[in-house]
Structures are given as structure tokens and as C-alpha cells.
Ligand binder design. Structure first.
Ligand code: ADP
Length: 195
């Protein structure tokens, strides 16, 4: 299990779980949200281009996002695999990811779908806003991001379902519980030797 997509709504724990799971799988965790935030912090041209969109909770255009992701996947540490968090989010990005992975004759091994109810997600995101001060964690922008997820991104699960790639995991409970569920879902798909 080396090329994995972590799918799910904002606030479901993709960042936390993605980091831990990537370590367990021995692959880099690649978050397009983190890549964009690094551009915002560094004040790069790309950062300036996307700042208003990210603050408003809107998706960055596919052309920009796809190019940034392609550059990241071309780095040597991603050659043996990766865990993607926050990408793909549009049908165009699904196609681009298939193309990029296919260039090296590989394919996506699994799509892990983490899920939780919207009221729980809103509660978590509002809580995180106080801790991390993310500009896109205001109540209005949070509701907008959840809405965009449901209208634009969630329907893409059907594409991966058709390929038999989706593993559904309950994102409620403690981070340790969710981590164990993710490991169990992967182990069921790909039994590994004990020890
Ligand atoms: P969350 O999952 O909490 O919404 P992320 O950190 O994954 O947050 O993303 C933050 C923001 O970065 C998004 O709201 C969006 O503006 C932008 N972004 C991240 N990934 C993508 C993507 N694949 N396509 C378009 N925009 C993206």
C-alpha cells in the first residue's frame, strides 16, 4: 500500500491522521492545503495569487493546484509512494492524478474515506480556529468549505468506488481510535506478515 489518497471533509482529521499513517506506511504525507499555506507564509507569487481564495474557503483553480502537485510528486521522496491529503478535490484533479501516477507505470492503491457528521466537523473546526488561528476557520467560511466538499468533492468518491478502491473509515472518536481503524482497514485490504 504505497500510493494512498486520504479523502474526507474539512475537520475530519486528515492532517493528523495523514501524518501518522504516512509514517506507518513509510511514505511522505503530501497536503495541498499545507503546500498552499507554505506559499502564503513565504509570500511567493503563487501565495499572493491564491491568498484571497483560501481565505474565502474557495477552491484554488485546477491549473494552479495541478501544477503545484505535479512538482511535489516529482520530488525524489515521492517516487516510492505518497499519502495525499486534500487532493484530488475536483474531477479534473482525479484525471490529473491518474495521469501523473500512470507516468511511472503505477496506480493509486487505495482511497481511504474518513467521515463524520457535519455538526461534529463544524464543532471541531470552530475549536481549531481558537487554537491555530487559521484565517479560513471562521464560522461562515467553515460552512462554505463543508458545502463545497459535499457539492464538489464528495461525489468523486463514486469514481473511486467504481474502481473498487474505497475503504470507508469512521472518523469519530479519539485520534488513536481513528488511527487504529485506518490501520485495520489497510490490513484487511493488504494482509502483512506479523511482527
Ligand atoms: P480543509 O481540508 O480543512 O478544507 P486544507 O488545508 O486541505 O483544508 O485546504 C485549505 C484550502 O486550500 C482549501 O480551502 C482550498 O482553498 C485550498 N486547497 C487545498 N487543496 C486544494 C485542492 N486540491 N484544490 C483546490 N483548492 C485546494
Amino acid at each position: 500500500m504505497q500510493r494512498v489518497v486520504l479523502f474526507g471533509p474539512p475537520g475530519v482529521g486528515k492532517g493528523t491522521q495523514g501524518g501518522r499513517l504516512a509514517v506507518a506506511l513509510g511514505v511522505p504525507a503530501i497536503s495541498t492545503g499545507d503546500l498552499f499555506r507554505a506559499h502564503l507564509r513565504s509570500g511567493s507569487d503563487l501565495g499572493k495569487q491564491v491568498e484571497a481564495l483560501i481565505k474565502a474557503g474557495d477552491y484554488v483553480p485546477d491549473s494552479i493546484t495541478n501544477e503545484m502537485l505535479a512538482e511535489r510528486l516529482a520530488e525524489p521522496d515521492a517516487a516510492g509512494g505518497f499519502l495525499l491529503d486534500g487532493y484530488p478535490r475536483t474531477a479534473d484533479q482525479v484525471v490529473e492524478l491518474d495521469r501523473l501516477v500512470g507516468l511511472s507505470g503505477a496506480a493509486i492503491d487505495a482511497v481511504l474515506l474518513l467521515d463524520a457528521a457535519d455538526d461534529e466537523l463544524e464543532r471541531r473546526l470552530v475549536g481549531r480556529a481558537t487554537e491555530q488561528g487559521r484565517a479560513d476557520d471562521t464560522p461562515e467560511v467553515i460552512r462554505h468549505r463543508l458545502g463545497l466538499y459535499h457539492s464538489e468533492t464528495e461525489p468523486l468518491v463514486a469514481l473511486y468506488d467504481a474502481a473498487g478502491l474505497v475503504l470507508r473509515v469512521d472518523g469519530t472518536g479519539s485520534p488513536d481510535e481513528v488511527h487504529e481503524r485506518l490501520l485495520a482497514a489497510i490490513a484487511l485490504r493488504e494482509p502483512t506478515p506479523q511482527g
